[in-house]
Write a protein that binds this ligand. Structure first.
Ligand SMILES: Nc1ncnc2c1ncn2[C@@H]1O[C@H](COP(=O)(O)OP(=O)(O)OP(=O)(O)O)[C@@H](O)[C@H]1O
Ligand SMILES: [Mg+2]
Length: 309
């Protein structure tokens, strides 16, 4: 056990480069999808990761879970550098780090009953478990995620999108993980269902003490769900702060621009915001430098190259 407040996940100087082959036979180069990213996630904390499409959010998610290991930098889980683990130790650790993806239908096996899909986690990681015990565990998981256990014999196509995501969540929590990467877990769902799935994630967090890396385009949902938020821009974190600080006092020009896309609920404030936005044409955003702590826990990359805030 670790002291309270000790990070469960610690990412330091993580970079992910992809080889870029030239298609005309020229010199190959590398594409820097993620560059020098550092953050911590504390027990029971949800860290939001936001940024435009292609900014490297999923790349970070896959690097943190070692599904696609980083090119450089370290990922420590419960204080242990994942790169130093032996294969059996990594297998055990894998059970404690799970991912929930955007498209539950793609994650499920269309030819496997959903009960068997969830039970597979136990077959792979708890070989000593007996059939009856496994069935009871699966029924318990179904109840926990708000599904009727009697539906366990059904196949993925017989469920709604929201129910399918609940099944994926049941499988993700089966082995009692302490950390879940949720990569756009609600983006493919009907708006009316999104809040239900987010509530479920929150409820499970309270119940099981989970930590989340919550990747999302939905800035409102991120504010609602996340304790802290990291803003990613072209593979780099440009701002990292507690949610309220970030939303009330965004400091980096890119964060301001990103949040400017969210309408303000107060009509007078919204009019003032739009007037201000129209009055000052968007400043060019320069590449962020090293992060500077501008207030306790509020980190901002120093805009360079004369980017006006
Ligand atoms: N296997 C790969 N090989 C080469 N380039 C890749 C690979 N995977 C991702 N990329 C590139 O890395 C960048 C970051 O991709 P990533 O999927 O992490 O973005 P994202 O922020 O998750 O975007 P989205 O919001 O659209 O899901 C993109 O420019 C993408 O084209
Ligand atoms: Mg993505």
């Amino acid at each position: 056990m670790q002291a309270p407040g000790y990070p469960i996940v610690s990412v330091r100087n993580l970079s992910k480069h992809y080889p870029l082959r030239s298609w005309w036979g020229g010199k190959a180069s590398v594409f820097r999808a993620v560059e020098d990213v550092s953050f911590d996630i504390r027990p029971g904390e949800t860290l939001g990761l936001v940024g435009e499409s292609g900014s490297g959010k999923s790349t970070i998610g896959r690097a943190v879970t070692m599904l696609n290991p980083p090119t450089a930098g370290t990922v420590a889980f419960e204080g242990v550098d994942l790169a130093t683990l032996s294969a059996p130790a990594m297998r055990r650790t894998r059970a404690r780090i799970q991912t929930v993806f955007q498209d539950p239908y793609a994650a499920l096996n269309p030819r496997m009953s959903v009960g068997n899909y969830v039970a597979e986690a136990f077959k792979l990681h708890r070989p000593g478990m007996r059939g009856l015990e496994r069935r009871e565990a699966v029924a318990g998981l179904f109840e926990r995620v708000g599904l009727e256990p009697r539906f366990a014999g059904r196949f993925p196509h017989q469920f709604s999108g929201g129910q399918r995501q609940r099944i994926c969540i049941a499988r993700a929590i089966a082995l009692r993980p302490s950390f879940i990467v949720a990569d756009e877990p609600i983006a493919a769902l009907d708006v009316s269902i999104q809040a239900q799935v987010v509530n479920l994630l929150q409820h499970l967090q309270d119940e099981l003490g989970l930590s989340y890396l919550f990747i999302s385009h939905d800035l409102r949902m991120v504010r609602h769900l996340c304790h802290r938020v990291a803003v990613l821009w072209r593979g780099r974190i440009v701002e990292l702060a507690p949610s309220d600080l970030l939303y009330e006092n965004p400091r980096h020009p890119y964060t301001r621009r990103l949040l400017g896309a969210v309408p303000v609920p107060n009509p007078a404030a919204e009019r003032a915001r739009l007037a201000a936005a129209n009055a000052s044409p968007a400043a060019p955003i320069a590449e962020g430098g090293d992060l500077v702590e501008v207030a306790p826990g509020h980190f901002v990359a120093e805009p360079t190259g004369g980017a006006a805030a």
